[in-house]
Design a protein around this ligand. Structure first.
Ligand code: RFL
Ligand code: PHB
Length: 385
C-alpha cells in the first residue's frame, strides 16, 4: 500500500489533518490503535477558541457546532468564595465556544472520505529519514504502508515521539502533584458560564457540554483512585469548594462518566525529524486549566496542513521547513498561560502559607486591574495564529 501522508492517531489532531488534506486532494491514511467507539468514548476537552471554530468551518464540518455550540462571552473565577467575572467580549472583543471534543471528533469522523484503519496493533514507524513507511498488525496479519511523510498525531503515549532517537529530541517537563477527578452528569449546568474555583481544599471547575449536560472537576492528589470516589463523595467535595450560593444551586445526579487525569506541562523540540512531523499531544501537553490542549492540537495541524499543501501544490518546502518553529512559538505561549492559570488556582502543598498569600494577592490584583484581566482574556480566547 502507498499513500502521500500516513497519519498516526485518529484523535482530533489526526482527523482534522486528514480532513484538510482530503479537501486539498492529498492522499492520506489514518492508522489508529483503538476502535472508533473507544475514541468517541473519551471525555476530554470542552472549550474551543475562535481559531478552532474557524478551522471546523474551513474543514466544512461546522454545521452541528454552529447549531449546538454554546457561545460564552466570559468566565467566572472564584477565590475562597469571592467571585470575579472575566468579560472576554468586553475586554478583548472575542468569545469562546463550548462544544465537546467528543462532538468535534464525531463530526470529523463522519465527514472522513479517506481510509482510516482502526484497531491497528503494534504500529511502527520505519526509515523516517529516507523512505518512510508505517507498519501495523490486524487479525494476525502485518501490513505496511509506504508514504512520502508521516504525521505523528498519536498523543502523549504514542509511538511517533518514542521512535525518534533520544539524542535528536529535547524535552521540557513539569509534573504537578495532583490531577483532576472529572464527572459527567445529565443535569443542567450550575451557571451559564464556567466557574474556575480556588479553595484551600483544592481547585474545582464547573463546566458544561450543553444546557442539559454538565462536567465538573475537583483537584485530587496524583495517587488518588477513582474507585474511592462515590458520586456522593464527589458532590460533597465539590460543594465545599464552591461559594455557598453556587453550592446551593448545584443540581446533582448519577455520573455517566468519572475519571482522573494527571496534570502535566510538557514540550518536545523540535517537531520535525526528516519526514516525520509531530502534532498535538504527541508533541506537547498542557494542564487543562487554560483549556488549551485541543486548541493547540488544532493550530498545529492547521500549520502542518498548509505546509503540506504548499509542498504538493506549489512544490515549496518553505512551510514544512518552518513548521516546527512556527508551531513551537504558539505552543510555548499556551504552555505559559496554562502553567499560570494552574499556579493561580490550585493548592500546592509545598508552597505553604506564603504561596497561598501570593495566590490571593494575584487574585486581588486581577480583581482590581483592567490590564491584568485583559491579559487573561486575551490568552483564554486564544492568541492570534
Ligand atoms: P489524542 O486525543 O490523545 O489522540 C491521539 C490518538 O492516537 C491514538 N494512538 C495511537 N494510534 C496508533 N498507534 C499508536 N501507537 C497510538 N498511540 C495512541 C490514540 O488512541 C488517540 O486516538 O491527541 P490529539 O489528537 O493531539 O488531541 C489532543 C487533545 O485530545 C487534548 O489536548 C485535549 O483533550 C486536552 N484537554 C483540553 N483541551 C482543550 O483545548 N480544552 C479543554 O477544555 C480541555 N480539557 C483536556 C481537557 C484533556 C483532559 N484529559 C483527560 C487529559 C480536560 C481533560 C480532563
Ligand atoms: C471541560 O469542560 O472539560 C473543560 C473546560 C475548561 C477547562 C478544562 C476542561 O479549562
Amino acid at each position: 500500500m502507498r499513500t502521500q501522508v500516513a497519519i498516526i492517531g485518529a484523535g482530533p489532531a489526526g482527523l482534522m489533518l486528514g480532513r484538510l488534506l482530503d479537501l486539498a486532494g492529498i492522499d492520506n491514511v489514518i492508522i489508529e490503535r483503538k476502535s472508533a467507539d473507544y475514541v468517541l468514548g473519551r471525555i476530554r476537552a470542552g472549550v474551543l477558541e475562535q481559531g478552532s471554530v474557524d478551522l471546523m468551518e474551513r474543514a466544512q464540518v461546522a454545521g452541528r457546532l454552529r447549531a449546538e455550540g454554546l457561545i460564552h462571552h466570559g468566565t467566572d473565577l472564584s477565590f475562597d468564595g469571592d467571585r470575579l467575572r472575566i468579560d472576554f467580549t468586553g475586554l478583548v472583543g472575542k468569545h469562546v465556544t463550548v462544544y465537546g471534543q467528543t462532538e468535534v471528533t464525531r463530526d470529523l469522523m463522519e465527514a472522513r472520505q479517506g481510509n482510516t484503519i482502526y484497531e491497528a496493533g503494534n504500529v511502527a514507524i520505519h526509515d523516517f529519514d529516507g523512505n518512510p513507511a508505517v507498519s501495523w498488525e490486524r487479525d494476525g496479519v502485518t501490513h505496511r504502508l509506504d508514504c512520502d511523510y508521516i504525521a505523528g498525531c498519536d498523543g502523549y503515549h504514542g509511538v511517533s515521539r518514542a521512535s525518534v532517537p533520544q539524542e535528536a529530541l529535547t524535552t521540557f517537563e513539569r509534573t504537578y502533584p495532583f490531577g483532576w477527578l472529572g464527572i459527567l452528569v445529565d443535569k443542567p449546568p450550575v451557571a451559564h458560564e464556567l466557574i474556575y474555583a480556588h479553595h484551600e481544599r483544592g481547585f474545582a471547575l464547573c463546566s458544561q457540554r450543553s444546557n442539559t449536560r454538565s462536567r465538573y472537576y475537583v483537584q485530587v492528589p496524583t495517587d488518588e483512585k477513582v474507585e474511592n470516589w462515590s458520586d456522593d463523595r464527589f458532590w460533597d467535595e465539590l460543594r465545599l469548594r464552591l461559594n455557598p450560593e453556587t453550592a446551593e444551586a448545584l443540581q446533582t445526579g448519577p455520573s455517566i462518566e468519572k475519571s482522573i487525569a494527571p496534570l502535566r506541562s510538557f514540550v518536545a523540540e523540535p517537531l520535525r525529524f526528516g519526514k516525520l512531523f509531530l502534532a498535538g499531544d504527541a508533541a506537547h501537553i498542557v494542564p487543562p486549566t487554560g483549556a488549551k490542549g485541543l486548541n493547540l492540537a488544532m493550530s498545529d495541524v492547521a500549520i502542518l496542513a498548509d505546509a503540506m499543501i504548499e509542498l504538493y501544490a506549489e512544490k515549496s518546502a518553505a512551510g514544512i521547513d518552518n513548521y516546527s518553529q512556527r508551531a513551537l512559538a504558539r505552543i510555548w505561549k499556551a504552555e505559559r498561560f496554562s502553567w499560570w492559570m494552574t499556579s493561580l488556582l490550585h493548592t500546592f502543598p509545598e508552597t505553604g502559607r506564603f504561596g497561598r498569600r501570593i495566590q490571593r494577592a494575584e487574585f486581588d490584583y486581577l480583581s482590581g486591574s483592567h490590564a491584568a484581566q485583559q491579559v487573561l482574556a486575551e490568552n483564554y480566547v486564544g492568541l492570534p495564529a
